[in-house]
Design a protein around this ligand. Structure first.
Ligand SMILES: *Cc1c(COP(=O)(O)O)cnc(C)c1O
Length: 359
């Protein structure tokens, strides 16, 4: 018997299906597929390769991620979603045909004053209310004019902003951000981009010329309600195996701190996965785990290399049986909620110890 330790199986046909579903929802928009943080833990080169024929562009957060994509043979446009951090990066951008966001004065000055082997494609980021990155409304005309006249900038530039609350359909924040974005960009013929995954689902008016899906591509819902207008399939399934099965009498405790106590006689299973693999340490008692097709509760604290589940007194599971932590059959959204976090964090916390395989 071979015991399978923590393994993430990546379903590439699900990825392509999710991409197609996004196109159906935003049929007039081009797609910038967001691959930051190792493609949300799914493997940067693998995901990029699978999307390279169908997406219009890729988005990453760091120059190193963009260079890794170029090194793996990706020729599609790549956008640095936080822009460049130092003037000396500009030569690297020009050499590798990378596009950049401009969101502050320093970047504006550095790009206008550089001497480059070729002009760069620029996305000008406007702050419409999230107050993270971007320029204010009153700064817009000056940035627009300088970038539009710079010989270091490929014309026309693209205008973009980011939404802070598109997951909440009942909030007025998105409408306010959208109308500010529309008023700032009014009369401009430039391409526009506003929508992340949640806005792709909830706010068709934000789709414009470019949508920027991350989470949806990976088959995970960006909103709390059920998704009614799009069918997606999880791309990552995280699994490991039972490495021990123990019988406990009533009143016995399990794990560090004895944080769980058996009410009656039961059988417990030890699974070879822990926070060292990226399984969340704060997953609470009762977090579901799939063992042989049934949901069993996590019990006791999550250790570095192991977790414990209550299999039940009459269970017939055996050592080597597979346990699914999330993915097909068990939504990562539900596990995230049991750990009081968001699926984004669980996915990109998958550690290097986890074996990646392709389905
Ligand atoms: C991460 C990111 C996205 C994608 O967000 P999702 O919620 O995963 O769809 C889109 N745009 C920008 C600027 C981002 O940083």
């Amino acid at each position: 018997m071979t015991i399978r330790t923590a393994t993430a199986t990546i379903n590439l046909s699900a990825l392509v299906d999710n991409f197609t579903a996004i196109k159906l929802l935003a049929p007039k928009s081009k797609v910038l597929a967001v691959l930051k943080a190792n493609a949300y833990g799914h493997g940067l080169a693998l995901i990029a390769e699978a999307l390279s024929q169908i997406t219009d562009a890729f988005g990453v957060a760091r120059i190193d991620e963009a260079l890794a994509l170029r090194a793996s043979g990706i020729t599609k446009p790549i956008v640095l979603l936080e822009g460049f951090f130092e003037a000396q990066d500009l030569a690297v951008l020009a050499d590798n045909n990378l596009q950049t966001i401009v969101h502050n004065e320093q970047q504006l000055n550095e790009i206008c004053n550089a001497s480059l082997i070729q002009p760069l494609k620029v996305w000008l980021k406007i702050d419409t209310g999230m107050h993270r990155l971007g320029i204010d409304k009153q700064e817009f005309p000056r940035y627009y004019q300088q970038l539009s006249q710079s010989s270091n900038v490929q014309q026309p530039i693209i205008l973009m902003s980011h939404l802070g609350g598109a997951d909440d359909k009942s909030s007025s924040a998105t409408d306010r951000q959208l109308s500010l974005f529309e008023s700032i960009t009014a009369g401009k013929a430039n391409e526009l981009s506003l929508a992340n995954s949640a806005a792709i689902c909830n706010w068709p008016k934000t789709h414009f010329q470019w949508v920027r899906p991350g989470l949806l591509l990976y088959g995970v819902s960006p909103i709390n309600d059920l998704l009614s207008n799009i069918n997606i399939t999880p791309v990552m399934t995280l699994q490991s195996s039972l490495i021990a099965i123990r019988t406990l009498a009533a009143g016995e405790t399990v794990g560090y701190g004895g944080a769980w106590k058996s009410k009656g006689k039961t059988k417990i299973g030890i699974i070879a996965i822990g926070y060292g693999d990226g399984y969340p340490r704060h997953a609470k008692n009762g977090t579901p785990v799939l063992v042989n097709g049934r949901r069993v509760p996590l019990i006791g604290r999550v250790s570095m290399d192991m977790i414990t589940v209550d299999l039940g007194v009459n269970s017939t599971d055996t050592i080597g049986d597979i346990a699914t932590l999330w993915g097909e059959g068990l939504a990562v959204e539900e596990v995230a909620s049991c750990a009081t976090t968001i699926p984004y964090e669980l996915l990109c916390n998958i550690s290097r110890r986890v074996k990646m395989t392709i389905k």
